[in-house]
Design a protein around this ligand. Structure first.
Ligand code: HEM
Length: 186
């Protein structure tokens, strides 16, 4: 995965738990890089290894680490580095999610060799949407839940995310219902 993802895991662990914990995570994962180059691709196994090591070092479940990473990615990494692109994707959380299927097409203009996930939307109504997530990478659905929570924070619109179809339980993709309140009805 792109170096920016690994760098974001580094920032999350360092900021929320401390530099010594990050060194322990790297050591446990067998990662010797002193710094991740943001537009360089690293093997996916390295990213999964860092997440696995973080669960052991921090005493968290994989779902907790993935969720925390998803939220941190949106509210910290993406917002600080690409805030204009992120926030110009919609004036409201509903507009943002409508646009999500096209989002990584824009991201791919900045990052070459991207292997991004695919999103589809259905059943859009005033206060909610059904989001379909397709990825060749296994086990990352909690990252999406964390990201959606981060987006709800950026738009200051409380939202409830319900995971309704599970690829790791045999469905052909993951599905989420996202429901938000009256704040989107401006
Ligand atoms: C400015 C904002 C964003 C940037 C710059 C960005 C960039 C990236 C990059 C570089 C990757 C790694 C892909 C690879 O290395 O092949 C990635 C993966 C991913 N992105 Fe985004 N992204 C952004 C916003 C979002 C949002 C808003 C969502 C969904 C709510 C999202 C969902 C994901 C997921 C789930 C992955 C993991 C890979 C997978 O599922 O296969 N991203 N993104």
């Amino acid at each position: 995965m792109h170096g920016m993802i690994n760098k974001s895991i580094e920032d999350l662990v360092t900021i929320q738990f401390g530099a010594d914990k990050w060194e322990a995570v790297k050591k446990k994962a067998g990662v010797t890089e002193t710094a991740f180059v943001s537009n360089q691709s690293y093997p996916d196994a390295m990213t999964y290894g860092l997440v696995g090591a973080a669960t052991e070092v921090l005493g968290l479940t994989a779902d907790q680490v993935l969720y925390a990473f998803g939220e941190f990615w949106v509210t910290h990494t993406a917002f600080k580095g690409y805030g204009d692109m992120l926030m110009s994707a919609g004036r409201t959380i509903g507009e943002f999610l409508d646009y999500l299927p096209l989002f990584h097409t824009r991201v791919a203009l900045i990052f070459p060799n991207l292997k991004p996930p695919r999103f589809e939307c259905s059943d859009r109504h005033e206060n909610g949407i059904t989001l379909h997530y397709f990825s060749d990478r296994p086990g990352l659905s909690m990252v999406v839940v964390g990201m959606l929570n981060g987006i709800s924070k950026l738009y200051k619109t409380p939202a409830v995310v319900t995971h309704t179809k599970f690829k790791d339980k045999g469905a052909d993709h993951d599905e989420f219902l996202v429901n938000w309140g009256a704040a989107d009805q401006k």
